[in-house]
Structures are given as structure tokens and as C-alpha cells.
Design a protein around this ligand. Structure first.
Ligand code: COA
Length: 258
């Protein structure tokens, strides 16, 4: 397990803490691998009754490491992309997943929440899905789950404009259960997770299976993955990643649709 993912099991709750605060918890391939291992193990290890995902620092996560996106776009990505295993593990998870989110949750930071069963936001939380701004497409089955959760109009707006959705709207639209002061976030998430850990495990698992069609979610993740890979190697995406590295706004005006 990389030090950038902290895993601790106590009282049936496996707490996974994103711990790369200096880079706003941007997720690397190694971090995805550690998260995938942990969530996969939760489905086979009966001692794990609930998974709780939280993050250090002021940002839940800045999403996928953009440097790694750029390397992939240049054909220098890792041989095994653990993000796929992570997304499949989320979709296939049999135990309830609780999330505690403060600050910005960018890209997969937001889309992973759609696989969580109980989401608590700090009042300052902002959900941001800038896939189109990066010349990419939504992933993690969010092209299915987000419109299903909040309706096409709002999902289209979030995906295409990439503007931050405040915590209050995320709660009102059904993406999250509640928004609370940041100082209470961890304790409240722990309380909910511990409460869920006391419930009958078989019943919770069966309920979750009825509520989420894992096979359909995995199929959507894979379909999105194909398009995502195509977009990643586009001229538009190269411009977007170069602009990020050069700390400037991208200019897509000279690139016509490919
Ligand atoms: N990948 C790699 N590094 C990232 C990152 C990412 N997704 N997000 C932030 N970082 C790094 C920055 O490059 C910076 O590194 P440096 O200190 O070596 O220069 C450090 O984290 C702090 O980020 P900074 O941008 O200075 O913090 P901020 O508070 O001004 O802004 C964000 C925070 C999250 C709004 C901003 O960093 C951002 O927009 N990141 C990109 C998000 C993104 O597009 N993710 C992909 C989603 S599909």
C-alpha cells in the first residue's frame, strides 16, 4: 500500500484516507491500485463491514493526476492502469461505502461518489466534473449515473461547463445525504459507518445488490473507457494537458472536430 493511501480497519469499518495533500490528493496509478486492492478485499474479507473514504487536507481530491493523463496521451502511460480495477471494484462492491468530502472533489472525486451509498459533504464541498474542459468524456459510469440521479439537464450542465456545484445543491439534487460544518465531517462519517457496521451484513449486501446493477455499471465503465482512451489521444486533449502544465487557459479554437 502506498503511503498516499492510508488504510485502517477498526470495528468493521475500513477507513481509506487519501493522503497526498500537497498535490490536492490528485490520484496516481499507484493510489488507484491501493484503493482497488482495499475495496476488492472488502468484498471477500467478512471482517470488513463498511468502507469509509475520506481525505486529508483542504481538498477531497483534484481527480486524476493530470501529469499521468499527459503521459498516457503521449503513449507513456503505465502498462496496467489500476484506475480500471478501482472503478470496477467500486461498481462491484458488496459492502456499503460511505464518503466524507471536504473542499473540491474534481473529476473522479465526484464520479466515485455516485458509487457511494452514503455521502456526507462539508459545507465548503464543491463537486466539479471538468471532463469536457480537459477534452475528455465522463467516466466511472457517471454518464449513466449522474443523469439518473439529477436529470439530464443538470448533468449536461455539470459535464459540459465543468462549473463547481456547491454542497447545498449536491444535497438538494440527491448526490449527497447532507452537508455539515467541516469540523464535524470526520466524526459524523465515522458515526454513520459504525452504525452501518452494526447492521446485519447479509441483509445489507443483498439490499445493495438489489439497488445497484453492478454488471450494467461495469459495462458502462468499459464503454466510457473506450471513448475516454480515444479522446485522451486527441489533439484537443494534448492542448488541454499542455495548458495545465503551462498554467494557462487552453485554446481549442484552432482544432476542428476529429
Ligand atoms: N494532477 C496533478 N497535480 C495536481 C492536480 C492534478 N489533478 N491538481 C493539483 N495538482 C498540483 C498542482 O500542480 C500544484 O502542484 P505544485 O505545487 O507542484 O505546483 C499542487 O497540486 C497544488 O495545486 P494548485 O493548483 O496550486 O492548488 P489550488 O488550490 O490553486 O487549486 C485545484 C486546486 C484542484 C482547483 C486545481 O489544482 C485544479 O484545477 N487541478 C486540476 C483538476 C483537474 O482538472 N483534474 C482532472 C479531472 S478529470
Amino acid at each position: 500500500m502506498t503511503p498516499e493511501i492510508n488504510a485502517a480497519l477498526s470495528g468493521g469499518v475500513l477507513t481509506l484516507t487519501l493522503s497526498r495533500a500537497d498535490k490536492k490528493n490528485a490520484l496516481t496509478n499507484e493510489m488507484y491500485g491501493a484503493l482497488a486492492d482495499a475495496i476488492e478485499s472488502a468484498s471477500t474479507n467478512g471482517d470488513i463491514r463498511v468502507v469509509l473514504i475520506q481525505a486529508d487536507g483542504d481538498t477531497f481530491t483534484a481527480g486524476n493526476d493530470v501529469g499521468e493523463f499527459a503521459a498516457q496521451a503521449m503513449g507513456n502511460g503505465p502498462k496496467e492502469r489500476h484506475v480500471v480495477r478501482f472503478l470496477h471494484a467500486l461498481a462491484n462492491a458488496t459492502v456499503p461505502i460511505v464518503a466524507a468530502v471536504q473542499g473540491k472533489a474534481v473529476g473522479v472525486g465526484t464520479t466515485m461518489l455516485l458509487h457511494c451509498d452514503y455521502v456526507i459533504l462539508a459545507d465548503d464541498a464543491q463537486l466539479i466534473t471538468p471532463f469536457v474542459n480537459l477534452a475528455l468524456v465522463p467516466e466511472a459510469a457517471s454518464s449513466l449515473l449522474l443523469p439518473l440521479t439529477i436529470g439530464h439537464a443538470r448533468a449536461f450542465e455539470m459535464f459540459s461547463l465543468g462549473e463547481p456545484l456547491p454542497a447545498s445543491n449536491a444535497v438538494a439534487w440527491g448526490i449527497a445525504n447532507k452537508a455539515i460544518p467541516g469540523a464535524q465531517l470526520r466524526a459524523e462519517a465515522q458515526r454513520i459507518a459504525e452504525k452501518l457496521a452494526t447492521k446485519p451484513q447479509g441483509s445489507l449486501t443483498a439490499m445493495k445488490r438489489l439497488m445497484r446493477d453492478a454488471a450494467k455499471l461495469v459495462a458502462q465503465i468499459d464503454t466510457e473507457g473506450t471513448t475516454f482512451a480515444e479522446r485522451l489521444s486527441s489533439a484537443e486533449a494534448k492542448e488541454a494537458f499542455m495548458a495545465f502544465a503551462q498554467k494557462r487557459q487552453p485554446d481549442f479554437s484552432r482544432i476542428t472536430r476529429q
